[in-house]
Design a protein around this ligand. Structure first.
Ligand SMILES: C[S@@+](CC[C@H](N)C(=O)[O-])C[C@H]1O[C@@H](n2cnc3c(N)ncnc32)[C@H](O)[C@@H]1O
Length: 275
């Protein structure tokens, strides 16, 4: 028995190893997977040891991806957020090549965390020591699907046209165009590690929100097998879809539950569709 608990409203949080929990889940029951697994970069999690032999790590990730494929519906989307580091730059590419027999790589999105445009810069700049490497300002979001042919709701995260004359001239139904595959999502400014729940590897809530919207189908069940502090569940809650989260660490599961409980009371929100 894993540490299953329900949280506000209709979401399910599991405390356990994601492979065990996934094995007990119904086949073809999930619409969207959004996750950021441990990157094997020696980050300091509460209990998980983020440093395996590289081949062990990649083999484990393939096993997890295979288990995810089983619980995904045929038209589901899997958004896999991962990054290397200056010293371990090959990791995301090694992984994605290993996933090729299991998934089609439908989109490759670059998550930009900070950027300089001309002399202006936006987002948080984390200096890198030494002179060899550039500041690390982006991560990967691999959008994996069963056959590479899943229709998306691109305008759900669209941006308004700069040149409004394009709308009538080209017959666009709305003042929105596709955002493209570079997503600028900066971290919120925080003053302490505690404000990031003392977790070393969270992503901003907008990242899973945009993934859920882009996939587009409602009602939906959203799964994060490495939920950490529950950011994907918070996103699912704000998008009024059902979330399932798994983490091996009870400390993080407790934080995820607290974050969900701190969200707007359900009665003030649109009803959560049954999935
Ligand atoms: C990169 S973090 C995810 C952070 C999350 N996106 C957030 O915003 O908080 C990866 C998480 O995977 C968890 N983890 C490691 N091994 C696991 C396993 N076998 N099953 C489930 N969770 C695991 C770690 O405890 C860690 O919280």
């Amino acid at each position: 028995m894993d540490g299953l608990s329900t949280a506000a409203p209709g979401h399910i949080l599991h405390c356990g190893d994601c492979l065990d929990v996934l094995a007990g889940m119904e086949e073809a029951s999930v619409d969207v997977v959004v996750t950021s697994p441990p990157y094997n970069l020696d980050l300091r999690y509460a209990s998980y040891q983020d440093r395996r032999a590289e081949d062990d790590y990649l083999t484990w990730m393939v096993t997890v991806a295979t288990a995810l494929r089983r619980v995904m519906k045929p038209d589901a989307s899997f958004f896999l957020n991962i990054s290397g580091s200056p010293n371990r730059p090959w990791l995301p590419f090694e992984l994605i090549v290993r996933l090729r027999p299991i998934f089609a790589l439908q989109n490759h999105i670059t998550w930009i965390k900070s950027i300089a445009i001309g002399d202006d810069s936006v987002g948080h700049f984390k200096p890198v020591a030494g002179r060899r490497f550039l500041h690390h300002a982006h991560e990967h979001i691999f959008h994996l699907t069963g056959d590479g042919n899943v229709a998306l709701d691109r305008l759900a995260i669209g941006v308004p046209y700069k040149d409004k004359s394009n709308i009538a001239r080209r017959g666009h139904p709305r003042d929105l165009r596709c955002r493209g595959n570079t997503w600028f999502i900066p971290y919120e400014t925080v003053q302490s590690r505690a404000a990031k729940f003392n977790h070393p590897g969270t992503f901003p809530v907008d990242l899973p929100r945009w993934c859920i919207r882009l996939h587009g189908k409602r009602p939906a069940v959203v799964l994060d097998p490495f939920m950490g502090t529950g950011t994907t569940l918070v996103a699912a809650d704000r998008e009024t879809v059902r979330g399932i989260g798994i983490d091996i660490d009870p400390v993080y599961v407790a934080i995820a539950r607290e974050r969900l409980e701190a969200e707007t009371p359900p009665l003030l929100r649109a009803p959560v569709p049954a999935g």
